[in-house]
Design a protein around this ligand. Structure first.
Ligand SMILES: C[S@@+](CC[C@H](N)C(=O)[O-])C[C@H]1O[C@@H](n2cnc3c(N)ncnc32)[C@H](O)[C@@H]1O
Length: 244
């Protein structure tokens, strides 16, 4: 219920409505700002109760305020996580959870995701569903933006002395871009599947940042350092042997 409430908050744009309203908003103002059917304002009140209880919003007097957590839901926040919140409770991910008991009893190689989606592996499913693929890539970019800014800021030393790096399964290149901009002396390559890199992204290669479309199991461009961030999910095989 908490995850679904949070997802609804992002879909309705509640955090943005509070910000646009100067940082505090009453229930009637929120009803109007996010275009709720007035006959359902009691239900919005209940939704807000859950979200206040879980710390996403605060209440003062009769107004709702943002908290540090809901600031990360703002569309214009540099480390916005709104796409992650929209992605995780999607049916694509929730349906396999309903099958978990049966899946655990069943003998076979199929993942719970594949069992729930007619045997289709995750990346093939993503390739065949452009809307899902685009939200997935946006969510990964959200996550990378937040993490890489922290990694580069707090642990920049690990990049010292490196002249070339390949981000394997680097998505749309958020991490690669942050690293290449912060360390102009590092030649960064971002390798990902053609459905993610696309022709447009290849054209984005410039300076010390280069996009490469391909399959990591066929070829990984050579570099002094390899970044593997959340990209061995759903893999019974591992590319580390190939990289060695
Ligand atoms: C969970 S996402 C992580 C993206 C990025 N590393 C991050 O942390 O935001 C995994 C990425 O691996 C990519 N990927 C999956 N299989 C791949 C393959 N065989 N070759 C290259 N990239 C692959 C996916 O397209 C996706 O962008």
């Amino acid at each position: 219920m908490n995850s679904m409430a949070l997802r609804s908050a992002v879909e309705l744009g509640i955090a943005d409505a509070i910000q646009t309203h100067g940082g505090a908003i009453t229930l009637p103002q929120l009803v109007s700002a996010v275009k709720i059917d007035p006959t359902k304002s009691d239900y919005l009140l209940r939704l807000m109760r859950i979200l206040v209880h879980s710390g996403f919003f605060a209440e003062t007097g009769d107004a709702y305020l943002l908290t540090p957590s809901s600031q990360l839901l703002l569309k214009n926040h540099p480390n916005s996580l709104s796409a992650v919140v929209k992605l995780i409770p999607r049916l694509e991910f929730v349906t396999p959870c309903f099958l978990m008991g049966d899946w655990l009893r069943e003998h076979g190689e199929k993942t719970a995701f594949e069992t729930a989606h007619g045997g289709t592996p995750f990346w093939e499913y993503s390739e065949g569903n452009p809307e899902f693929n685009s939200l997935f890539n946006e969510a990964m970019a959200n996550d990378s933006g937040l993490l890489e800014n922290l990694v580069v800021g707090d642990c920049g030393l690990v990049f010292q002395g490196i002249e070339s790096l390949v981000d394997v399964g680097g998505g749309t290149g958020t991490a690669g871009r942050i690293i290449s901009e912060t360390f102009p002396g590092i030649r960064c390559k971002v390798l990902d599947l053609p459905q993610v890199i696309g022709d447009g992204r290849l054209a984005d290669s410039e300076g010390n940042l280069e996009f490469v479309a391909g399959d990591m199991f066929d070829h990984v461009p050579s570099a002094q350092a390899v970044l593997l961030k959340v990209c061995c999910v759903n893999r019974s095989q591992c590319i580390m042997d190939d990289l060695n």
